[in-house]
Design a protein around this ligand. Sequence first.
Ligand SMILES: [Zn+2]
Length: 219
Amino acid sequence: MGIWCVEECRVWSAADLGPAGLLAEVPYYPSRLPARDGQTHETVAEISVLLVHEQVFERYLVVDCARLINGERRQYLIDLTATQSTYGGLRWWFCCPKRPNGNVCGRRVAKLYLPPGAIYFGCRSCLGLAYECVHESKRQRAFRAVRKIRRRLGGADDLTEGFPAKPPRMHLATYTRLRDKAARALEWRSAPLRAQLKDALARYETGRREWLQKIQESL
Ligand SMILES: [Zn+2]
């Protein structure tokens, strides 16, 4: 059993990258993500992510981490790999960048996790993440309650999956009540990474337009 639960980690899904996502739209995007402490929720490190686009199938992310406490700075790469989707187009995957015994794990994964306070993304296996937490806390009891609701609705236990739809025979009022209860229990979670990446992309686009305008003005 691991120290952290998947629900406590920041989750980054490769599905957020493509095929219609960010990877398809732009060759580069910079993004800034705060890494927070698990207990205090204080920002302990700034993580910048830059996508580098080489060839059609060769892309990687440069992750630059700066710890705010001691100024320690680390850089590492996350390789991306694509497979042909059955419906046409590409499906993107992360290669896990974690080094458990000095060797890069490299597992092809759909999701990477960043435990609270950590600066290295890793796969579930490398991080030893559990779905069920060993240490009970108010928060974890809330998770259990949410899982119970999800199961009742016929959904998956994994809280990183989308919330289950209303079962056909359930009253809408019951479903709404359960959904609101689950949402309240998970309120402490930070905004989805996808929204943050989109924000970063929008900021980048604005910056690029201003920069191009300046060049045109100077000609
Ligand atoms: Zn791994």
